[in-house]
Design a protein around this ligand. Sequence first.
Ligand SMILES: Cc1cc2nc3c(=O)[nH]c(=O)nc-3n(C[C@H](O)[C@H](O)[C@H](O)COP(=O)(O)O)c2cc1C
Length: 159
Amino acid sequence: MDKDLFKKICGSFTTGVTVITSKDKNIDYGFTANSFTSVSIDPFLILFCLNKDAKSNIALNNKSYFNVNILNEQQTNICNQFANNKFTPEQRFNNIETKNSSNQIKIITNSIAYLECQVTSKIESGDHYIYIGKVLEGHSSDKALKPLVYQNGLIKKLL
Ligand SMILES: Cc1cc2nc3c(=O)[nH]c(=O)nc-3n(C[C@H](O)[C@H](O)[C@H](O)COP(=O)(O)O)c2cc1C
């Protein structure tokens, strides 16, 4: 199989969109991720995959805190801003409303939900790291928000 076919097949799998936020030396980091998935209920564990070249790796070490922010359909601009690798970590947060979770990691306001987590494992896998985190706390919006959806390289909305 060639790379294009692999990317086409994986891209046909429809996902939601998250922004994973973290912090190192008082600098906030964040990147757009669709590789988020739940792993275990007992204990609560989740994972995401991050390219080895991504800046957020600086902030994701054993026991680092991070938040998974699940984006709603009105947050396409946030999805794009946190996927733009021309932006510095600080620029990613420009004009984006946030507050801090209990471990001082950014929560993106009006997201569908967020989970605050702590890294328990970092697994080297090809050109990515798989990060597994235990879930410390979370919140789900009371509003009936629809998700942002990603498929075939495009950001979409549910009908
Ligand atoms: C919808 C969407 C989902 C993405 N999911 C991931 C992902 O799961 N893992 C990843 O490493 N990059 C993912 N990316 C790309 C990163 O958001 C992008 O490369 C970002 O610039 C990486 O951060 P950096 O600039 O700090 O390296 C995704 C991009 C988009 C638009």
